[in-house]
Design a binder for this molecule. Structure first.
Ligand code: FAD
Length: 453
């Protein structure tokens, strides 16, 4: 008997319940559908996906079938061609994925084929952690407590006797895109497992402090691998085991944030692009395409705001497809509270350039900064780009790494080119705004909303 394994965000062989079930039924056809409805993803993300598909294909010895089209038609056609009675998937939870899977299941039913979902890209499936009253959580800390109590199921062992069916043909992967996707580092399950082992053995102990320092290699850098399912959070949590050290605890908490945001999106799909809370609904924002504002937004996008820490983060994003979490908060705060532009403008830019671009984590991360999201993330918390820089990049190494025009400035002074006679000798941009003034302006806008409330 042949079954289809329709892959989406689960490009791995280990700890893969859907693959396990498929393998139990006999031959497996692994399928990936290029869905035109998702073609708007930025180039960086498409390249990263292509490289991930190539790595998965290699791990199956070339069995992956890639086809383009509406999944409703493509999956049904492939199941018919392969004579499969079951299509196995890992459950997905974004608003679009839920609609798509319902439509695919209905279409398959007409041919008497079953769409069978197992597990999810999360340790605990979105939507399943609820308060004692059965309501969803809107605040992280109680969610995280309940999430821990729910406990992740143990990882699933690799399927024994796995056999791929190779007679089904598909499209070639785009070699140019694959090599572009590999430019930011190694891709695929094996690389993710190696990266995890290195991080666990070298940086996990100090993670609670190290995670805030962009000048150090203090975080796992697994976000893109988690995004594409090259490694599962269940595997990571099981590997942490009973380690109750501060590093392991902090790491599990960060994974819980990822799960929390997916849960919030599951319960409130509209929060992907709309304010989750209504408190700032009347807030006045600048229009990103207003001729007076657009050059500032462009300076933000390209890392030329004249604020070294902000610019280093934005250039790290463009050049490496990843940005350190501290910088994601600082650069997001700069767009929303120094340039007064809506969070959605920045969220779109991040999604276009992040290898780990994820609707739930990204857009709720932006809402957290903008003060419209979950938790008590007050709008009046405005990051000061200079003090954030000197605190979290005390040596100035991070700034010098990403902003070559400042490499001649020693130590933490790289954060303040305006204090040096030769600070602008190599063409670094002048500050586009005065932070203190914009901060007051942001607080005035906030007070105006509160006064009108
Ligand atoms: P580590 O510190 O090693 O953390 C381990 C894992 O925990 C991460 O890989 C990630 O899956 C999860 N995690 C860590 N911090 C968070 C967090 N604050 N929220 C949710 N999950 C977290 N993360 C994404 O995966 N995709 C995004 O598109 C994304 N956009 C963001 C946008 C903004 C404005 C902000 C403030 C945060 C965003 N994050 C996003 C969260 C976080 O910045 C990244 O997950 C983290 O920087 C990835 O690096 P890492 O793998 O080394 O993280």
């Amino acid at each position: 008997m042949t079954s289809v394994l329709w892959l989406r965000r689960d490009l791995r062989l280990s700890d893969h319940p859907a693959l396990h079930r498929a393998a139990e039924e006999g031959l497996v056809v692994p399928l990936f559908v290029r869905d035109p409805a998702l073609a708007h993803a930025g180039d960086a993300r498409r390249a990263r996906l292509e490289a991930s598909l190539a790595a998965f294909d290699d791990s199956t010895g070339g069995a992956l079938v890639v086809r383009t089209g509406d999944p409703v038609d493509v999956v049904a056609a492939l199941a018919a061609e392969a004579g499969a009675r079951t299509v196995h998937v890992t459950g997905e939870h974004t608003p679009y994925a839920r609609r798509r899977d319902r439509a695919v299941a209905e279409r398959l039913e007409r041919d008497d084929v079953r769409l069978r979902a197992a597990s999810s890209p999360y340790a605990v499936a979105p939507g399943s952690v609820r308060s004692g009253q059965g309501t969803p959580y809107r605040v992280f800390t109680p969610y995280a407590r309940a999430w821990r109590d729910a406990g992740a199921p143990p990882p699933v062992p690799p399927p024994s006797g796995l056999r791929w069916r190779r007679s089904v043909t598909g499209e070639e992967l785009d070699a140019a895109l694959v090599s572009r996707g590999r430019e930011h580092g190694q891709v695929g399950e094996e690389a993710a497992v190696r990266r995890w082992a290195t991080f666990r053995d070298s940086a996990l102990t100090d993670y609670a402090d190290g995670r805030d320092r962009p000048d150090l290699d203090g975080t796992s850098r697994l976000s893109a691998a988690l995004r594409h399912g090259e490694i599962h959070p269940r595997t990571l949590l099981a590997d942490l085991g009973p380690d109750e050290g501060p590093g392991a605890r902090a790491f599990a908490t960060e994974l819980a944030w990822r799960e929390f945001y997916a849960d919030v999106l599951w319960h409130t799909p509209e929060s992907a692009w709309w304010d989750l809370t209504s408190g700032l609904a009347r807030m006045e924002y600048a229009h990103a395409d207003d001729p007076a504002v657009a050059p500032h937004v462009e300076a933000w996008r390209t890392g030329r705001t004249g604020f070294p820490f902000v610019d280093a983060g934005m250039r790290q994003l463009l050049e490496s497809g990843w940005m350190h979490n501290r910088l994601r908060m600082v650069t997001a705060s700069f767009l929303v509270k120094d340039l007064h532009v809506r969070w959605q403008v920045g969220a779109r830019h991040f999604l276009d350039h992040l290898d780990d671009g994820d609707l739930a984590s990204n857009n709720h991360g932006w809402q957290w900064v903008a003060g419209t999201g979950t938790d008590a993330s007050p709008y009046f918390r405005i990051f000061n780009p200079l003090t954030q820089g000197t605190r979290f990049d005390p040596s100035g190494d991070f700034v010098r790494r990403w902003v070559p025009e400042l490499r001649h400035l020693p130590g933490k002074t790289a954060h303040e080119p305006w204090r040096h006679d030769d600070g602008y000798a190599h063409g670094y941009a002048e500050r586009i705004v005065e932070h203190g003034e914009e901060r007051r302006h942001a607080l005035d806008r906030y007070e105006a909303v509160r006064a009108g409330a």
